[in-house]
Design a protein around this ligand. Structure first.
Ligand code: NAD
Length: 375
């Protein structure tokens, strides 16, 4: 059984696997091949991988076409699917609801494609949950980037020259990323407020020492997996009305609001941006899924009437070493969970709740019910 980790392409800084995690795969009895320079952007040489017993490939196409399992962070190019070995397992983020052609290509090539964003949010799968491991680091990076860009300090300072007031941070959306954003902003000494449409998070916000903003938007629902359901246009209006004043008082607004399988809700309007003081900062963490903030653009710093709107699309990549470490561990935990040591193969049983949730294609067919519905 051979597993191949191709080098990520383009602007990606993260590496799918660190040497210490590669060693864990090898200890399981799996042959590990990494593409040469997989860790070069985080200063990890090929030698470090060789030292733990991995093989280094300089022929990407050949390694893709011979591996039994291929693991990467980002979705593959279409042309790289066709060259995979029939019945190989491909694991990565896939964005399957928006990548129907790619999903069909996986089925055509008879590849078992696993989408990391569809690992169910259940206790047993927490160790494989890459959405959470990356969102947590993204929440941290968002605050660090906001603090770096803001023209004020986060903590209160009492100096001989006078008192500097603490910055006010408003976090919109309190899932995994939002909770880490709150915790990080608190550690830096800011005054933090937060809002989410799921009232259940109020206690979590308070336990981090932040204030939960009360806005009456009527009945809200969440799915069995704890995801927020989409608000009606009227509810969004009520939410915007309720937030206008708080945005105006905030030095930093961090938006993390997402609705599973849908475009992100547009929450912060230009009018709300204009109500903020010059020098303030907004980080739109939903920029790649539609954007929570009017005017935000992926990988741009847009300045609108003195307010900087940050739309970084790869916030976990700002702490790429840690992001690589936890992502690789998520992959290892998944493969170890289904590893049959005696027969040296994966138990690919689609009646298993976790696999049923995240396997998109298998045996030449699209097998995931949520993805099939979208098609
Ligand atoms: P997410 O990225 O889907 O969304 C981020 C947050 O945005 C959510 O808290 C959501 O309620 C909120 N939101 C949606 N619309 C909004 C709006 N209009 N205004 C303000 N906020 C809005 O969320 P996530 O971080 O992936 O977490 C989703 C859920 O899954 C949470 O309940 C989380 O606790 C749960 N979870 C469970 C596990 C597990 O293994 N049990 C693991 C991770 C997350």
């Amino acid at each position: 059984m051979q597993i191949f980790f191709p080098k990520e392409e383009g602007t990606e800084i993260r590496a799918t696997i660190l040497p210490e995690v590669a060693k864990k795969f090898i200890d399981l009895g799996i042959e590990v091949v990494i593409e040469s320079e997989i860790g070069s952007k985080i200063f990890l040489s090929d030698d470090l991988y060789l030292q733990v017993g991995a093989a280094v490939s300089t022929d990407r196409s050949k390694s893709l076409s011979t591996a039994d399992i291929i693991c990467r962070i980002n979705k593959p190019k279409m042309e790289e699917v066709a060259i995979l070995k029939k019945n190989a397992i491909h694991v990565s983020f896939l964005d399957p609801f928006n990548e129907i052609e790619l999903v069909n290509e996986f089925a055509r090539a008879s590849i078992s494609a696993i989408s990391m964003e569809l690992v169910p949010r259940i206790t047993r799968a927490q160790k494989m949950d890459a959405l959470s491991s990356q969102a947590n680091l993204a929440g941290y990076s968002a605050v660090i980037e906001a603090a770096r860009t803001l023209t004020k300090s986060f903590p209160m300072m009492m100096t001989a020259a006078g008192t500097i007031s603490p910055s006010r941070v408003f976090v919109i959306g309190v899932g995994v990323a939002g909770l880490q954003a709150i915790a990080t902003a608190k550690r830096l000494g800011a005054r933090v407020e937060a809002f989410d449409t799921r009232p259940i998070v109020e206690e979590q916000v308070k336990s981090l020492g932040a204030k939960f903003v009360q806005i009456d938007i009527g009945e809200t629902e969440e799915t069995a997996q704890g995801y927020a359901k989409e608000l009606t246009p009227d509810q969004i209006k009520m939410q915007q009305e309720g937030m206008k004043k708080i945005c105006g008082q905030s030095d930093v607004v961090i938006t993390t609001a997402q609705v599973f399988g849908r475009p992100a809700p547009r929450i912060v309007t230009s009018e709300m941006v204009e109500a903020m003081k010059p020098g303030s900062v907004i980080v739109d963490m939903a920029v790649t899924s539609g954007g929570n903030v009017e005017g935000s653009m992926a990988d741009e710093y847009v300045v609108h009437e003195g307010v900087t709107i940050i739309g970084m699309s790869n916030l976990p990549g700002e702490v790429a070493m840690d992001a690589s470490q936890v992502y690789g561990s998520n992959l290892f935990n998944m493969i170890e969970e289904y590893w049959d040591a005696e027969h040296k193969k994966l138990n690919f049983d689609l009646s298993d709740e976790v696999l049923r949730g995240c396997v998109i294609t298998h045996d030449g067919e699209v097998v995931n019910s949520m993805v099939k519905e979208r098609m």
